[in-house]
Design a protein around this ligand. Sequence first.
Ligand code: SF4
Ligand code: SF4
Length: 373
Amino acid sequence: MLKQSCSANSPTVYIRDARYDDSLNRIIEDLFTLFPRNRKDSLVLVKPNILGPHAPEKGVTTHPAVVKAVIQILKDQGAKVIVGDNPGMGGYGRSQKAAKTCGLLECAGDCYVNLSLNPVRVKVKSDYFQEVTISREVLEADEIINLPKLKTHSLTVLTGAVKNTFGYVVGADKLRLHASCPTPAQFAQGILDIYEIRPPELNIMDAVLAMEGNGPSNGIPVLLGRILASDNAVTLDAAAVHMLGQKPMFIPHLKAAAERGLGTTEPADMNLAGDLKTVEGFRFPRTFVPGLAGLVLNRYLSRWANCVPEILPRRCTACGICAAHCPVKAMSISPTGPVLNRDQCISCYCCQEMCPEDAIKLSGRLLSLLQRR
Ligand code: SF4
Ligand code: SF4
C-alpha cells in the first residue's frame, strides 16, 4: 500500500474511491479544489477517450457520468466548454456514431464538438515524422482537461493519460503515424511527440470501470472503483501503473517520458493525495511479456518475439474493418475473409483494436513458449 507523501515541488496525484453515482460530483468538485485555476471566460477543451462506438458498460470509453460532472463544474466556474475526441475510425459520421453510442452526445449536449471537422497540419519535432494533422481546437483551447480511461493496450500495454493525447490526431493520419513508427519503441517516442504538442493542464482518469486483458477495445471490463487525477499526465499514468502492481519502466512510453524528463514515475517523488492501494491480480495483455522481449532484441529477433494477429473464422463477419485500418496494408480482404501477409505485419495491433467482433487473437512463438511453461 503506497501512502501519502509530501514534497512541495512534486507533482500531485489525487486518488479516491468512486462510483458512477451521485457521490461522483462531490469527488470531481473535491479534486478541482486541489488544482485551482481561474477559468472565467476561458475556452476549455474536455478530451475524453472515445475510441469507437462502444456502450459505457463495456469499459472502453470514458464514462459519461465523469464527463458530465466535469462539464458541470467548468460551467459553474464560468468557462466556455467544448467536449470531443477523434475516435480510432475517422470521418464525420463515424465520430458522431461513436459519440452517440458511448453516451457522450447526450451528456455533453451543446458542448459537444466533432473534432474531425477542424483539422490543421502542424510541424512536429520528431525523429519519425515532420508534420501531423490535429484538431484545431487542441491549439486554440486555453486549457485542455484530459479524461482518459484506465485500460490495457496490446501495443502500448496501458492506455491512460499520455496515450489519450494521441486522439489529438485526426482520422487516417493516426495510421500514417503507426506506419512511420513501426516498432513499439519508436511508437512510444511518436506518442510522446504528439503529447508534447500540447500537454493537458489537468488529467482526470476514469478508473471506476477499467479494462484488463487484451484492451483497448476487446479486453475485460473490471470494476476498480477509483478516480485519479494529476496536472502531469506522465506522473498520473505512472501512479496508475504502480496501483496495478507493475513498474512504469516496463511501459515503453512511460520509460521514454521519464528519460525526456516529462514527469516523475516513482511514488516517492509524487505528492499522493489519497491512498494508492495496490490492485491485486490485474491482468495485462497477452502481448506484454513478448513485447518486453521485443524491445531488447534486434529487429530480426523481435519479429520472432512479437505477436501477430490470428483471425478467428467463427467470429469474423468479413466486414473488412481490420484491413481498412492496417497502416501497412499487411491485412487484405478476400472473398473468404481477411488474409494476413506476415512479412509485412509490423505488430501494431490496430486490426485487433478496431475489430468489432473480437475476432482477432494475438499469438506468437514466444507467447506459446511462455504459455507452455
Ligand atoms: S474486423 Fe474483425 S470481423 Fe471484420 S473482417 Fe476483420 S477480423 Fe473479421
Ligand atoms: S495486420 Fe494488424 S498487426 Fe499487422 S500491421 Fe496490420 S494492423 Fe498491424
